[in-house]
Design a protein around this ligand. Structure first.
Ligand code: FAS
Ligand code: PHB
Length: 394
């Protein structure tokens, strides 16, 4: 016996993309159902992004979930690039007139859940065997199981917001879907520590021993990353070993200000660049990590997901409010044009800042020359800055 549910938009995935889409559509009076294979506590517990573009803050303001962000988020008007001890500050405010906000994805997710739960209960958590079907019909059906029961959501549109390992992208036929991928020969070992950050701004460091990033979540909570081998296991990295390596890669002047302490989160993430085309199939629309992945170097993953959702929510609201489908029909090409530009930036910064095992001394010199050029050219620094604060939506 199948339970049938009717809605306008069925959203698969309640990470930042699915949550934000549900809220923006709800604000426009559009009904959604949101499915996730995990539950709220698990989703809120994931530690991921830390830097919000200007456009992401605007989207969260439009969704009505930016109050705590404005109270607790840290406005940053620059960041440092470092090469073997030399530092160059990218002055975002002077070069672009914009800033970024340091505010963890964990907090964004909590704020979105709080708002959605205060208004409605469109969520089905801990679902299994999610199958988007009839995507090219006027009434797609998303089938799943929950607590042993068969459920079917009949809808106008399906939003695939289920991340890189989700099922939505796989629902696009193999002769339609094209994928592009670059897997990097290293990972990022990240830790979280309840200590003031080593610097008031982020430091991206390229050192002969490998990349390091000094970031933060607040003035008392720091987030650090080290480039590591894909063969590394978190168990190989004691806190002491992590701090010793971080000191070497940040250099003695910066390390002198490093406040260490016991880490309370430690994990290794692989790095890849990935794009799936098209981002639409019939009445299925992909948004966020379901359609693309960027290496975290440029702090773009979460921000790119938000940009997709801004485009998709605009298109769906236009459809239901005005009866016109111009932005729906152009969603995939518009989103992908921006996705590829952000993939380029994330790949460029990753190529500049990391130690590649296969690099010859020539490539190492090219990295140093790029840094020296950036340090001496306002135009080159502005190019980095305008990508970092966020490219125009379309
Ligand atoms: P998400 O993956 O966040 O959410 C997808 C949701 O779909 C999940 O809740 C999942 O449970 C659900 N789902 C999956 N399959 C499903 C199914 N079959 N049925 C139902 N639900 C399903 N970005 C940055 O900008 N900076 C960073 O430092 C950074 N670090 C990262 C570290 C790690 C380990 C990872 C994995 C990602 C990191 N990212 C970072 C990128 C990350 O922030 C993503 O870009 C962001 O979470 C994208 O949001 P969503 O598209 O909503 O996907
Ligand atoms: C983080 O704080 O988690 C972070 C910041 C900037 C990045 C990547 C990760 O580029």
């Amino acid at each position: 016996m199948t339970q049938y549910i009717d809605t306008q938009v069925c959203i698969i995935g309640s990470g930042p993309a699915g949550l934000l889409l549900s809220q923006l559509l709800a604000n426009a009076g559009i009904d959604t159902v949101v499915l996730d294979r995990k539950d709220r506590a698990y989703i809120e517990g994931r530690i991921r992004a830390g830097v919000l573009e200007h456009g992401t803050v605007t989207a969260l303001e439009e969704a009505g979930v930016a109050d705590r962000l404005h109270r607790e988020g840290l406005l940053h008007d620059g960041f440092d690039l470092a090469f073997d001890g030399d530092r160059h500050r990218i002055d975002l405010a002077a070069l672009t007139g914009k800033t970024v906000t340091v505010y963890g994805q964990t907090e964004v997710t909590k704020d979105l859940f709080d708002r959605r739960f205060a208004e409605a209960q469109p969520f089905y958590f801990n679902v299994e065997d999610v199958r988007p079907t009839d995507l090219t019909s006027d009434r797609p059906v998303v089938r799943f199981r929950q607590d042993g029961k068969d459920v079917a959501v009949r809808c106008d549109y399906v939003a695939g917001c289920d991340g890189f390992h989700g099922v939505s992208r796989q629902a696009i036929p193999g002769d339609v879907l094209r994928t592009f991928e670059r897997v990097y020969p290293f990972g990022w070992l990240g830790i979280m520590v309840e200590r003031p950050p080593v610097s008031h701004e982020l430091i991206y460091a390229n050192h002969a021993r490998g990349f390091a990033l000094a970031s933060m979540r607040s003035k008392t909570r720091s987030r650090y990353y080290l480039q590591c081998s894909l063969d590394d296991d978190v168990a190989d990295w004691s806190d002491d070993r992590f701090w010793d390596e971080l000191r070497l890669r940040l250099g003695p002047d910066t390390a002198a200000h490093l406040q260490t302490g016991p880490s309370f989160e430690k994990s290794i993430a692989p790095l890849r660049s990935f794009v799936a085309e098209p981002m639409r199939y019939g009445n299925l629309f992909l948004a966020g990590d379901a359609a693309h992945i960027v290496p975290p170097t440029g702090a773009k993953g979460l921000n790119l997901a938000v940009a997709d959702v801004r485009l998709l929510s605009r298109a769906l609201i236009e459809h239901y409010r005005d009866g016109t489908d111009h932005h729906l029909e152009h969603y995939s090409e518009t989103a992908l044009r921006r996705v590829w530009k952000v993939e380029r930036f994330s790949w460029q910064l990753s190529t500049l800042m990391h130690h590649f095992p296969e690099n010859s001394p020539f490539e190492a010199r090219m990295q140093r020359a790029e840094f020296d050029y950036l340090s001496s050219s306002e135009a080159a620094s502005r190019a980095i800055a305008e990508n970092y604060v966020g490219l125009p939506l379309d």
